[in-house]
Every structure is written in C-alpha cells, then in structure tokens.
Ligand binder design. Sequence first.
Ligand code: SPD
Length: 287
Amino acid sequence: MPELSNLWFEENFEFELGRTIKIKIEKMIEQFDSPFQRIEVYQTRPFGRMLVLDGVIMCTEWDEHAYHEMLTHVPMFTHPGPEKVLVVGGGDGGTIREVLKHPTVKEAFLCEIDEHVIRLSQKHLPALASSLDDPRVKIVYEDGAKFVKGHKNYFDIILIDSSDPIGPATVLFSEEFYSSMRDSLREGGIAATQSESFFYHGDIVQKLTGYAKKLFPIPGYYFTVVPTYPSGIIGFTFCSKKYHPLKDVDEKRIAALQPMLQYYNYAIHRGAFALPSFIASRIDIQY
Ligand code: SPD
C-alpha cells in the first residue's frame, strides 16, 4: 500500500530490496480496486498526473513519451510498412497513440485484461488515452497470452506494454508467450517487449533476450531513459523475423514524423542498442 503521509507517494515495488522512488503529490485523484489490481491516479507536484497499478508507477505525464515512443517507434520504423499492430497491456493508451502516428497502420488492437485501467485513463489521462477513439483502434478486454495464441500469422508488429513480472503480467514473461508471439507475427513481423532495467534486473534481461535469441532470427535489446522508473532506465527485448534494427531502419520515414516526436529520433534509435559492457557480455548479441 503506497504511503500517503506528508503527501508523498512512495513506490512499493522493490521497497524490500532497499530501493524505492518517492514523489511529492498534490492529491489522489481516484483509487479503484478492480478484480485484477488496485488502480490509482495522482496529481503529482513535479510530474503532472501519474498512473499507479498495485503500488507501482506505470507512467507520469512528464516522462511517459520517453517510454511509449521508444517501445513503439524502434520496431515500427524497422518494419518497412506495418499495417496490423497489436498492443498487449498499455491500457493508458500511450503506446496506441504512438502507433497511430504511422500512416501505414490499418488496424491497431489494444488487448488489455483490465477494462478499468482504460476507463480511468480515459477519465483522467486524456493526453495518453484520447487516441483510443480512433476508428483504427479495436479494444479487446482479454488475457494477452490467450489473444496472441488465437491470432496466428496475423500481426506485423506486437508491442508488449506490460506492468512488471508480478500479478496479471507474469505470463507475458514466459518462453511459451514468446513462442506464441512468433506464431502470431506475419512474415517480417517484429515484437518489442517491456523488459525492465539492466541495472536492477539483469537476470530478467538475460532470460528474455535468451528467448528472443532462441526463437527469432534477429534478436536484440535496447533501452530508454525514464526518470520515474526504478534506476531511471527501462529496456525492451527486440524480436524480429526478418528486419534488422540497425540495417533496415528507415531514416526518411522518421524525418517525416519527427515534428510529432519528443524523444525518439534516428540517432537515438541506433544508440539505444549500444549497451554497457556488463550487460552486453551477459546477453551476447552482435548487430
Ligand atoms: N516498473 C514499471 C514498468 C512499467 C512498464 N509499463 C508501463 C505502462 C505504460 N503504458
């Protein structure tokens, strides 16, 4: 349960490991216990509105772009023409907002297990959730693992915008799920998955990139800087059937969308795959 005394929010994720983040808040806007989790929206002093699931920060209005843009645009600009996209999790709408910036997109599925995350985001986080009304968006309230299993050879891009590997998202961190993603991607398809911080969770990074190496011809791992996440960074496992993140990225398409982007650019795309030696040696992927 987050600590509200003196109007500070203290994240409970990793508290027992002796590390946490504390953010000054002005008020709690809404708290709701869904069948899956406790959902909270706060007005913070420094970072605008903040969405919290089971005591863990999902996003703040101030730095969410650094996460959502990188999860989305690295695979989307590597693929030559993504038309069918699936976002698993991501009920706040930030990832779908980024997906819809690509004019090639015809269908964008949002598969979120908890309808109340979407409801509260639409109510309190319009900067993230307003794109959910776009006619290309199809919202499904279902378990992501089941949905992916039921859509073989269908998507060009799959984006796993999950919470941490505890609670409802645990299944999304399994080898079986990575195998289902491979089967759900069309020829040339690419998946990118929320894969934690290499500073705090090298074991998870090693495990997930291990699945990518085993199951996909072109695996990878890249990261972004998000100050309100534990250790200030978060990474993504890159799983590609055909296209290479550094050789096939389309600089011209990026230039056309650049005015709509705050964090992502061509140089960041390339640089995001450059990893510190301590984690590069553990995951052992050459580009
Ligand atoms: N440790 C927090 C990781 C949260 C990643 N997902 C955030 C969801 C934002 N759309």
